[in-house]
Design a protein around this ligand. Sequence first.
Ligand SMILES: [Zn+2]
Length: 412
Amino acid sequence: MDGVGDLPFPERGNQTPLEAAKTPHLDKLTAKGMMGTVYTVKQGIAPESDAGVFSLLSYDPAKLDLSRGVVEALGSGMEFKNGDLALRCNFATVQGGQITDRRAGRNVSTDEARELVETVNGDSQLKALASFELKATIGHRCALVFHSGRNHFSGAVSNLDPAYSRKGNVTIALSGVMLPALVPRCVPLNKSKAARDTAHLLNQFANQVYEVLKDYPINVKRNERGDLPANFLLMRDAGTKTPKVRKLKEKFGFRSVAVADMPVELGIAKVIGMDAEVFPPDRSLQGYSKRAEKALQLATKYDLVYVHLKGPDEPGHDGDFDGKKKSIEDIDAGFFAGLVEVEGKLLCVTADHSTPCIAKGHSDDPVPILVTGLNVKPDGSMRFTEAYGKKGKLGTIQHGHEILKKLKRLAS
Ligand SMILES: [Zn+2]
């Protein structure tokens, strides 16, 4: 459950969304299992989803040549070869030289995004900078690929995004970023010419995108109806290589499949050799129950089924406690209701990181983990919450990348 971990929320009696939510099905599963907590990457790191998910799937992000940009480009089916430059982007709002919303109000429609992207792709001044392709993925999100050719690109450049900073190979979320924030400049992170040139290109690109979009009809209309203009492109997590990894099948000997809707999870599946079952990004009760059905069907053919449920993360980013609680309840009524009577399978429930409502962003707080089913002996946990996680028999797992090994042991 993406970003489901949280912290006590003062205006709701210091409960967390998991504590406040009614989750009868997950409670039943928990009463039969054991709990613990896990630092998905490691203590002190507030991971982005890509690092969190790689880690849950047994890959230590510190040892990967990791770029969210590359992973998203692969996950959205874009053409990318080593040497190209890929970035993850957001349509954002710039007003008075400052970023006032990182997601342009989080209400950019698919049609709007498609048209804005076409406009950017068709602009002759942008084309003169480099050969590139921008692709709208979901909502305000896009992926961007610059094709090499005469250019030598480097992934060692800072993020053009105030909310995420790069620490080695891993991008970390800066919690409590206050908006408005100045539009950051992209700077090279080493002394190479390629890094300098890449940073220069991205700064020029960002400026020109703003010139193209600021008075574009869609944005005039958005202004008129009181929506924030989508007039800027935040760019982050540049990369020039597909991470080289031992595939999951080689590592564990099992066939695996991901059930997901976001390009990042689909990209990760591609990199580590998992099959993928793509769902439309719908977060309705029906959507969740269809996923449960599909997961059970796949579990007859595969040894490992990874299901990524994006729901709880977004309200966490918005500081929307009630929205996050509702999302957890929908997942319980849709997804876990379908799994509660299943026998002969091992089920593990956890998160890729915490997204505490009070932080409005990812944090380094450990997340609860539940293992239930097969021969797992109950440890007295009653509910899937942060507090039960801290008391559970699984203890504190220091690195998410250890989980799969433990699960394999429990399942055999
Ligand atoms: Zn996430």
